[in-house]
Design a protein around this ligand. Structure first.
Ligand code: XIL
Length: 325
């Protein structure tokens, strides 16, 4: 398949939280511009497991039904993430935690087996600053299962939904600088170890939380990384793309132009170097971005990081992403 045809087959999606689905303009915008949805919260363990004795899948079920009713692909996010552990499980990291974590993963994957396209099975496994030789994050999952926890998670997910594309998802692989380079090196070593032992990882999720005026346009180190990943036979999913404009001037039109240019340069690079299964943004319209909390602008103005404005009108960023395909 030519790269142009492959690009047209890509899914372009967004992260959603089910409270949005009551907003007609949003659902119209989703149906107009997306063919893939990812739950921002509803499939995280701390949401499903918020009642210690009874898992709550109601919100995830609503989003899954919306996707199925409208022919949208569904990307599950995320089964094991150190930032999304239920309150009741945070205290202990013993066998009890291991049993609870594995039970949650198995029950959740089995519930949606055959109905979703892909899963972020493990999210953000690396944290070089923790000082481990292998760069693994010192998380409750590592404490409970040991370094084999990634293999445990992927094998359990594959056993319960053999048709799902299983993704290892990470933040910051696309950044510039020595810390990001260390993380890319650790990720290559991790994937080589896991693939050598037969861990069923099919795809590397690159979150792609970019920063305008900081993200390198050419980025040879990232290009080389993507080539290595492709050489390992792995596909790539852009799982959470957005462009923070906190370093940009205040003028909205100037910000929109700089953000659009950042999207275009980034996608041109990744689409050139990788077999990309899907491109998802983390939010569809500017009103719902997490970046106002995670990366507030120094001048207090609201971020404009996504493809649609607050009224769901297509911005220059939407046209830039579309042109990259
Ligand atoms: C974020 C949500 O967008 C926030 O609203 C929430 O407070 C924290 O989690 N990487 C991930 C996502 O994998 O799950 C995170 O989502 C953003 C960073």
């Amino acid at each position: 398949m030519s790269s142009a045809a492959a690009r047209r087959n890509l899914l372009c999606g967004t992260a959603l939280c089910t409270s949005d689905l009551s907003a007609q303009p949003l659902t119209r915008a989703i149906l107009r511009d997306c063919n893939l949805v990812t739950p921002e919260y509803e499939l995280k363990w701390d949401v499903i497991g918020r009642h210690p004795h009874e898992p709550d899948y109601s919100a995830a079920d609503r989003l899954m039904a919306f996707a199925a009713d409208n022919g949208l692909a569904f990307h599950g996010h995320t089964l094991w993430w150190h930032e999304a552990i239920p309150e009741s499980r945070r205290a202990n990291q013993s066998m009890d935690f291991a049993q609870a974590a594995l039970r949650h993963l198995e029950r959740t994957v089995a519930r949606y087996a055959g109905r979703l396209r892909s899963w972020d099975v493990v999210n953000e496994p690396l944290e070089p600053a923790h000082g481990r030789q292998d760069g693994l994050r010192v998380s409750p999952f590592l404490a409970a299962f040991g370094p084999d926890y990634i293999e445990t998670a992927f094998r359990a997910a594959a056993a319960r939904d053999p048709g799902a594309i299983l993704v290892l998802n990470e933040m910051g692989l696309e950044y510039a600088g020595p810390e990001a380079e260390r993380k890319r090196r650790h990720m290559i070593d991790l994937l080589e170890r896991e693939l050598a032992r037969g861990t069923p990882i099919a795809c590397l999720g690159i979150q792609s939380h970019l920063t305008a005026l900081e993200q390198p346009r050419q980025h040879p180190a990232f290009r080389a990384f993507l080539r290595t990943i492709r050489g390992m036979g792995l596909s790539v999913m852009i799982t959470e793309m957005d462009v923070s404009d906190h370093l940009c001037p205040r003028d909205p039109r100037q910000r929109d132009r700089i953000v659009a240019d950042t999207y275009r340069a980034y996608l041109d690079l990744v689409l050139d170097e990788s077999r990309v299964l899907a491109v998802g943004t983390w939010g569809l319209a500017d009103f719902s971005t997490w970046l106002n909390a995670f990366r507030p602008r120094p001048d207090g103005a609201r971020q404009r990081p996504l493809l649609l404005d607050r009224a769901f009108r297509r911005k220059p960023a939407w046209h830039a992403v579309r042109a990259a395909f």
